[in-house]
Design a protein around this ligand. Sequence first.
Ligand SMILES: CC(C)(COP(=O)(O)OP(=O)(O)OC[C@H]1O[C@@H](n2cnc3c(N)ncnc32)[C@H](O)[C@@H]1OP(=O)(O)O)[C@@H](O)C(=O)NCCC(=O)NCCS
Length: 158
Amino acid sequence: MSEIARIRIAAEADAPQLAAMSRDTIEEGLPWRYREPEMLRFMRSPRYNVIVADVADGSLAGFAVMGYGENDAYLALLAVSAPQRRRGIAAQLLDWLLRTAEVAGVENIDVELREDNTIAHRLYESRGFAPAGRRPGGYYGVVNQNRMRLRLRQPATS
Ligand SMILES: CC(C)(COP(=O)(O)OP(=O)(O)OC[C@H]1O[C@@H](n2cnc3c(N)ncnc32)[C@H](O)[C@@H]1OP(=O)(O)O)[C@@H](O)C(=O)NCCC(=O)NCCS
């Protein structure tokens, strides 16, 4: 299948748009935490990848943020703008991050999501993520949180 979007590393000029997209999609109904300064912090840190998906008309259709620890990675944010959904853009962003994590030697990738977010559960399941815990009220005491995990490789033994 031809790819619908061009994936690139985010530029600092994208930060206001990413923050607004996070507020309106991922953080809808919750206090707005991932504002412009937080997006800039991610972009400037060597421990994070911030990537965006541009579509043919030049607009920014989606983005993702992944953090790296010693052995594991954490998918912090992933969103696609409503008009651009169901075209495979989230899958493209996620696959970019999975390939990068694999090359970096990451053992596990974790992600947290709202318990009632069926679409995101399907997306992560389609890439091999499995349930890895639940925190009732995990989002500010108002929304239940599920954790999912993708094992990319076995832990090193020595
Ligand atoms: C979740 C989200 C990122 C999916 O983006 P998208 O670009 O529409 O997803 P894709 O088109 O790449 O779809 C990939 C897979 O996700 C699942 N999926 C996506 N939309 C779906 C829908 N409306 N119903 C059921 N499954 C769906 C499917 O498994 C799909 O694979 P398929 O097309 O082979 O069936 C998008 O809906 C979004 O931004 N939602 C709000 C923010 C959010 O929930 N972020 C994730 C949690 S942090």
